[in-house]
Design a protein around this ligand. Structure first.
Ligand code: TMP
Ligand code: ASP
Length: 238
């Protein structure tokens, strides 16, 4: 039986604990919901458990489709066991349609089609507002080497292909999302989470926003919308 040991790291919505097995961590999904680099934070009852189940469903699907990831198993309603990765301080974003920061940065109208999808790197630093960076920043500052960069791009675009199809079967549009990667024994794995906290999802017909933009923009029904996406994808939330 894997035992929970010490708190390793607290993020804005999750916490990581060490365990009796040095190669494994426990990832705890809290109800805390944050936006704008931690400037807006609220508790939303039930979000942690929905996100834990949601993430496990997506990670298992990605594993089956050949995207190596850190997820091992759900261990409690709001906890999962994951591999202990050495994370890159980088966020990989893919955009199929324009929304959020790219609209402001490039003066685009929301919902403009990005064809082919746009890949962007961001530096994971809330104090700096997670700035946009490119490959040169990453290699110059030693955050990852060129081979790692290529692998992260390849895995992110592969994830996009897989998930765009999956969401489409549920009449959902996967607008954009953010992934984080890490290394274990010199191999790159997808880490962190894939939940409606880190992606944009719209209803195909009405274009209704069903993701964390409901919280960012104060639209209400945050958990209800996450449950709606989960329900349509066939995620077991019990
Ligand atoms: P953006 O529009 O703020 O650049 O975000 C693009 C997508 O990536 C959106 O689905 C939110 C997600 N994202 C995060 O979840 N965390 C982050 O720190 C960043 C930069 C993006
Ligand atoms: N970087 C932002 C944050 O972590 C992304 C968001 O608004 O969700 O708060």
């Amino acid at each position: 039986m894997l035992e929970r040991k010490e708190l390793l790291k607290t993020g804005k919505a999750k916490a990581l604990y060490t365990t009796s097995d040095v190669s494994k961590l426990i990832m705890e999904y809290r109800d805390d919901t944050s936006a704008f680099d931690g400037k807006k934070i609220e508790q939303i009852a039930g979000k942690g458990t929905v996100n834990n189940r949601f993430n496990s469903f997506i990670m298992e699907h990605l594993s089956k489709e050949g995207v190596a990831n850190h997820h091992i198993e759900v261990s409690a309603p709001n906890e999962s066991i994951v591999m202990s990765l050495e994370m890159f301080p980088i966020e990989c974003v893919v955009r199929n349609f324009a929304a959020g920061s790219i609209c402001k940065r490039l003066g685009l109208e929301e919902a403009s089609v990005m064809d082919p999808p746009i890949f962007e790197f961001f530096y994971k630093d809330d104090d700096l507002g997670d700035p946009l960076i490119n490959d040169c920043h990453i290699t110059s500052f030693g955050w990852a080497n060129e081979k790692d960069i290529e692998e992260m791009k390849k895995m992110t675009l592969q994830t996009n292909d897989i998930l765009v199809k999956l969401f489409d079967t549920a009449d959902l549009i996967l607008v954009d999302f953010k992934l984080e990667f890490g290394k274990f024994e010199n191999k790159i794995y997808l880490g962190d989470e894939f939940t409606p906290d880190g992606c944009r999802v719209w209803d195909k017909e009405t274009k209704k926003k069903l993701d964390k933009d409901r919280f960012r923009l104060g639209l209400g029904d945050v958990v209800e919308s996450y449950q709606e996406i989960a329900h349509r994808l066939g995620v077991d939330l019990t």
